[in-house]
Write a protein that binds this ligand. Structure first.
Ligand SMILES: Cc1ncc(COP(=O)(O)O)c(C=O)c1O
Length: 468
């Protein structure tokens, strides 16, 4: 451009900062502006994010558990780079080797785990795969209605938000899919029935079972045929606050569902791929799913791929024929190539032992800390899916102000524990938005866990000073 030509209308004014441009030109409809202070990063490696000033932030959420195998994982990045140089783009109506091998590996792994033959169907995001799973259930059962859990999260497309518990996700849009019947999750720290786990006798499960006793509870007809085709579950509730159900709950639930021909759709988008120490979180509970939904860490947060697995009788070409569902990018070669390498990595390395060991260490350190701070009202977890529920000094009343303060202090990059200026990335979930849902890199070392604890304690002390 010569100096006399007029300024290009797309050229930012040199005086405008990136944040000013963001404020004007990016939609605020995503979750960025939940925060009062926006944080921008420019580099990542292992368990860490770095800002422009080079400040290091220890990440305890790893992109909501999408980056289980660490930022810049050399093996997975290399698979992506190799695919870029060979076959990076291909319309999904044609085949490529990586798609077939990935489907084969996933289907065989699931068959070996649950003893059921099935097939894999790919899509791009988690919510789209949730909707694919719902299609499978509707084809089989011819029922539009589904059960889902209070506190459950299955995504924000119009279909997925119908089975995501909070009305907030639906209220502006009306109903494009039938809203789920939301059932209380066994959240024992805050039992929805006000009971104690030691003496409840799984009251919540019994309440669910009772819904099928008579047609007047609005679930079955005179002959016991249910109006509901599917129950969408997260075996360990994710966005709801990393809540681990009692061991007997899910087996009991599955028994009731089987009696009434209702399919169990196991959403493993957040908890799958060793987050809880098993390939799939449901494995901890000895329950066989009918359909499984996967996403996030399947590609370690690189080119996205989501997937469903369904039992052969639910997804065979006879019932799920060509064109039943499709997206331009659904089995994109970059995604399938990385996912194939990620599944190989999971086969070759013993994540089960590693995650259970480091999860136990992390949990014990958090529980030690909780002895000093009554504000850490509940500390629990499975594998490296850990929860710290922040409360008032009574150890029970939800303390959102402290939670928010700690999250912001972590993001300020001004922590000094261990020397220097550091940050801590904490994600907040839970029914009262007072739970730190801790999902570190699955390769986190004991030393990094010790650092995490020191940084967490500093944010806690500073948070208490700000809010009490
Ligand atoms: C359990 C669960 N299901 C579904 C989704 C939606 O996935 P996506 O955001 O990729 O659409 C999420 C995302 O956080 C999730 O945690």
């Amino acid at each position: 451009m010569n100096s006399s030509s007029p300024a290009q209308p797309t050229q930012p004014d040199p005086d405008e900062s990136l944040l000013e441009l963001e404020a004007k030109y990016c939609s605020w409809g995503d979750t960025v502006h939940y925060a009062k202070e926006l944080t921008m990063f420019s580099r990542s490696e292992g368990s860490y994010l770095y800002d422009d000033q080079g400040t290091q932030y220890l990440d305890l959420q790893m992109w909501y558990s999408a980056v289980n195998f660490g930022y810049g994982n050399p093996r997975l990045n290399a698979a992506l780079k190799k695919q870029i140089d060979t076959l990076p783009q291909l319309a999904c109506q044609y085949l490529h080797k990586e798609k077939i091998l990935l489907a084969t590996k996933l289907a065989r792994k699931i068959e070996a785990t649950f003893g059921e033959k099935g097939r894999i169907h790919f899509n791009v995001g988690g919510a789209s795969a949730v909707e694919d799973a719902w299609k499978v259930a509707r084809i089989r059962t011819k029922k539009n209605f589904a059960f889902a859990f209070m506190g459950g999260y299955h995504g924000r497309t119009l279909g997925a938000s119908a089975i995501t518990s909070s009305y907030r996700y639906r209220e502006k849009f009306g109903h494009f899919a039938d809203r789920a019947n939301f059932i209380p999750f066994p959240y024992c720290f805050r039992c929805p029935y006000g009971m104690k786990r030691e003496s409840c006798g799984l009251h919540c499960l019994k309440q669910f079972e009772r819904l099928f006793e008579t047609e007047y509870y609005g679930v079955v007809n005179k002959t016991g045929d249910a109006e509901f085709g599917a129950f969408f579950i997260e075996a360990v509730q994710g966005t709801g606050g990393y809540i681990v159900p009692p061991a007997e709950y899910l087996p009991g639930l599955k028994k009731v569902l089987d009696q009434h021909g209702i399919l169990l759709i196991d959403d493993e988008i957040q908890m799958g791929f060793y987050r809880t120490g098993k390939f799939l979180a449901l494995e901890h509970f000895g329950v066989k799913p009918d359909v499984i939904v996967m996403g996030k860490a399947l590609t370690n947060g690189l080119n996205p791929i989501s997937a469903i697995w369904a039992r052969e009788d639910l997804i065979s070409p006879a019932v799920f024929p060509p064109g039943t569902t499709h997206s331009t990018f659904s089995s994109n070669p970059l995604g399938t190539a990385v996912a194939l390498e990620a599944v190989k990595l999971m086969e070759e390395e013993d994540f089960e032992t590693r995650v259970m060991r480091s999860g136990a260490y992390f949990l014990s350190r958090l529980r030690e800390l909780a002895k000093k701070y009554p504000q850490m009202g509940d500390v629990d977890g499975l594998g490296l899916a850990l929860r710290v529920e922040m409360c008032q000094r009574d150890g029970y009343t939800p303390n959102r102000a402290l939670t928010d303060a700690m999250m912001n202090i972590g993001l300020s990059g001004t922590l000094t524990a261990g020397g220097g200026s550091k940050g801590l990335i904490l994600d907040v979930g839970g029914y009262y938005k007072n739970v730190f849902t801790i999902a570190p890199c699955l390769n986190i070392t004991e030393r990094e866990i010790d650092t995490a604890l020191a940084l967490f304690e500093e944010t806690l002390q500073r948070g208490i000073a700000q809010t009490e």
